[in-house]
Every structure is written in structure tokens, then in C-alpha cells.
Design a protein around this ligand. Structure first.
Ligand code: SIN
Length: 178
């Protein structure tokens, strides 16, 4: 069954800090994509001199990615998307995907993905390299480690299993001794 509407799917900071009004919030699953800390952030969690690392999605056929789908009010959706275009301007593009709402139908949703080869793509870095950056970086939206820890907490509260995020979180806690 398909139920189309103005849904926005969030998988990173949009989960724990949407920053826009919505009429409904549902846990949802996106197939075929995996979350990766492979995107440089020079405007939110880092600076041009020392960019942080934030998540984007990379194609992974076997992956079931949990996130949150927000249903937008049709009247405010255009301005919400324009504000998100600005917030996600460092390499992300609006992409339409199918997501499965928890306990409900499949629906089309807009998601912001920074595709491979964009100007902020950090490429394939080791976990050690990603953590070394995350524990040092900070930008106008706060520290990079806060982004990582809040995302990991939000994923736990969704019941999401994300080995990549949880391994980085554990390594960052060791590095910071907390
Ligand atoms: C998202 O959360 O859906 C996009 C990536 C981010 O802003 O962290």
C-alpha cells in the first residue's frame, strides 16, 4: 500500500533537532542506504580551517536504516524545505525515496543526501581518523562530539542498531574519558 504526502525523512541531526513544525512524527525505515560519518562540516560542526564530520547516506543494498519521518503541513512545507536547503547546503541534495513508516504503509519522502564526490565528501576514512577529527572539531552549531553523542542517543531511543555510529561513539568516549 502506498500513501503519499509531504513526508521528510531525517537520519542525522534532523532526528534530534528538526527545527521545523510538523504534523506527525513516525519512526521509519529506508532500505538500501547506510549512515556514514563521511561528510565534512565546515558550517555547523566545524570550520573551514578544521571541518568536522557529520553523517550522510551511502548506497548499501542490504541495509535497513532507521530514522524519523516527519509529515509536513502542506501550507508550510515549501518554506520548511527552503530553510532545510540552507541548513543542509554543504553538499546535500533533496532526494525522493520510499520509506516504510513503522506499523504503517510505504510512502515517498524527501531526504537530504550528500552524494559521493560532492565538494565536502571526506571519502573513506578509518574509524580512528574520524574519531580523531570528531573529538577536536567544533563549529557554530556546537561541538562535533555533541552531534555524535546526541545522534547515538536518538538512535537508541528509536531502537535502531547502527554499528558504525555506536562504534564511533564508544571510541570517542574512550578518547575523551567520559
Ligand atoms: C539529516 O539529519 O537527515 C541530514 C543530515 C544532518 O543534518 O545531520
Amino acid at each position: 500500500m502506498k500513501s503519499d504526502g509531504l513526508w521528510l525523512f531525517g537520519y542525522g541531526s534532523v532526528i534530534y533537532r528538526p527545527g521545523f513544525d510538523f504534523v506527525e512524527r513516525r519512526t521509519a525505515t529506508l532500505r538500501g542506504w547506510a549512515r556514514r560519518f563521511s561528510q565534512k562540516s565546515d558550517d555547523h560542526r566545524g570550520t573551514p580551517e578544521f571541518p568536522g564530520r557529520v553523517v550522510t547516506l551511502v548506497p548499501e543494498p542490504s541495509s535497513h536504516l532507521k530514522g524519523v519521518a516527519f509529515r509536513l503541513d502542506p501550507a508550510s512545507a515549501p518554506s520548511t524545505l527552503l530553510a532545510l536547503d540552507h541548513r543542509e547546503k554543504a553538499g546535500y541534495e533533496r532526494t525522493i525515496v520510499d520509506v516504510t513508516l513503522e506499523g504503517g504503509p510505504i510512502t515517498s519522502a524527501t531526504v537530504y543526501i550528500a552524494h559521493r564526490g560532492n565538494d565536502w565528501d571526506a571519502g573513506h576514512e578509518s574509524h580512528d581518523a574520524i574519531v580523531a577529527t570528531i573529538v577536536r572539531a567544533r563549529g557554530p552549531s556546537g561541538t562535533n562530539v555533541e552531534y555524535l553523542f546526541r545522534l547515538a542517543d536518538a538512535l537508541r531511543s528509536l531502537g535502531a542498531h547502527d554499528p558504525h555510529v555506536f562504534a564511533l561513539e564508544a571510541a570517542a568516549r574512550v578518547a575523551l574519558n567520559r
